[in-house]
Design a binder for this molecule. Sequence first.
Ligand code: SAM
Length: 208
Amino acid sequence: MINDPAVTDYLAGLEPEPDALLAEMRAHGDRDRIPIVEHVTGGLLETLATATGAKRAVEVGTAIGVSTLHLSRGGAHVTSFEVDPERYEAAKEYLKRGGFEPDLRLQDATEGLASLEPGSFDLGFIDGPKAGYGTHLDQIVGLLRPGGLLLVDNVLMSGGAATGEPTDQWSEESVALIRDFNADLKARDDLRATFLAVGDGVALAVRQ
Ligand SMILES: C[S@@+](CC[C@H](N)C(=O)[O-])C[C@H]1O[C@@H](n2cnc3c(N)ncnc32)[C@H](O)[C@@H]1O
């Protein structure tokens, strides 16, 4: 939790309950200990995709498709990368049941992002391996059109980003990495970035 627990609980309580499909996916994630976006973060993704009218989104880290489902429900056709075959298959099935056919790719994101057309995406979401955040940032900035929106999850790492200390969920190495990442993100002159204390911390940046 990155906020006062009472505030976190209050905001979580305001979020509508997941529908049956989303509830099943979230239960799957809990059961198999698959890291997926917090429910409030999913709501944020859906709202931002809707608000920006994003038609094409690119995502790093599909897992079983929870964030992909939110972006799809926000109106975006999502191209998403995952390296775990079981998770990829589960995501495909869930998204199909949800009425969507995103472009899910069982492929290393660094490799896959390099094959996409520069400037052709309205929205990018980075939620893959933390060691790849810097590389994926450079790649996704190149894929966004001017005015396109970049979102990045876990930028506050349960508060570790602020304290510089490891947490139950995040190692010292990950915390050091995200602190450097956040500083780099803010310093870039091709992005206008800001940070939201939602879920585990979400960075939001507009491509200049
Ligand atoms: C935090 S999870 C993604 C959660 C998902 N965005 C959601 O909230 O529903 C990160 C995922 O990235 C995948 N991953 C790890 N290395 C990867 C790589 N090199 N390319 C693409 N995906 C990768 C992991 O298997 C894992 O499922």
